[in-house]
Design a protein around this ligand. Structure first.
Ligand code: ADP
Ligand code: ADP
Length: 230
């Protein structure tokens, strides 16, 4: 089975004449270990697709599956998905290690396992030395690494990244892109959905690119194949 399946998903914000149809008959399958970039202009429905899979918005119709499991009606914390968003959303009053541990508690990981998991996740993003710091004592790039560690700590089968580099300056974006590529290689079994409006990020990271336009999937293929389209 695919790691991720969107089956004719529709999402609308609001009701009636003034509703925004953010996702219309959206179908997508992502294979285990595959990275698919959702590429498209602002407002095309990329984040909504990701939120529907994470459980932050509820489809008006259609279903989302992880493997063979229909998760359409499950709360977010029961989906076992790692999510990274553009504004790192770290808790400012919690130390780095507490920020990473927070998600583990929400996922009901046993207490004895939390310390080792936090250490493992910080190690994966090269931030082992920073566990005792507060978020404000870190640079933007370091904060984003912690947000990634927090997602990885739950050992998700599926990792969702929503414009994870958008808040960083150009130079930092470049080096973080390299780190994401390394991370991806280190997690060969993890399916990833990567939301971006940046073509170069999609090219650098994705096995396939899903092009979004006006709440619909306009095209999906490898970069080589898409570029050859008439
Ligand atoms: P993208 O991620 O491609 O920028 P979004 O999925 O964020 O697109 O948004 C798709 C459409 O849905 C846009 O028209 C946006 O304004 C609208 N939208 C997104 N979130 C909400 C919301 N919470 N309430 C109302 N409209 C929303
Ligand atoms: P993203 O960068 O993830 O697309 P945005 O910065 O567009 O998110 O929006 C931030 C928050 O506001 C999100 O929770 C989104 O659902 C919500 N939102 C986006 N567009 C609208 C809208 N037109 N009306 C109400 N809420 C919106």
């Amino acid at each position: 089975a695919p790691a991720i399946t969107f089956d004719r998903v529709n999402v609308a914000y609001g009701r009636g004449k003034t509703a925004t149809h953010a996702l219309v008959d959206f179908n997508l399958r992502v294979a285990p270990g595959e990275t698919v970039a959702l590429l498209g202009p602002s407002g095309s429905g990329k984040s909504t697709a990701l939120k529907a899979l994470a459980g932050f918005v509820r489809p008006t119709s259609g279903s989302v599956k992880l493997g063979t499991r229909d998760v359409t009606n499950l709360p977010p914390a029961q989906r076992g998905i790692g999510v990274v968003v553009q504004s790192y959303a770290l808790f400012p009053h919690m130390r780095v290690s507490e920020n990473v541990a927070f998600g583990l508690r929400a996922h009901r990981v046993p207490r004895s396992e939390i310390g080792p998991r936090v250490a493992e996740a910080l190690d994966m993003v090269g931030m082992s030395a920073y566990g005792k710091r507060l978020p404000r004592e870190l640079s933007g790039g370091q904060q984003q690494r912690i947000a990634i560690a927090r997602a990885l700590a739950i050992r998700p089968g599926v990792l969702l990244l929503d414009e994870p580099l958008a808040a960083l300056d150009a130079q930092l974006r470049e080096s973080m892109l390299g780190e994401l590529a390394r991370l991806r290689a280190a997690l060969p079994d993890t399916a990833m959905l990567y939301v971006t409006h940046d073509q170069s990020e999609a090219l650098a990271l994705a096995d396939r690119i899903a092009v979004m336009r006006n709440a619909r999937l306009a095209d999906i293929d490898t970069a080589e194949a898409l570029w050859k389209r008439p």
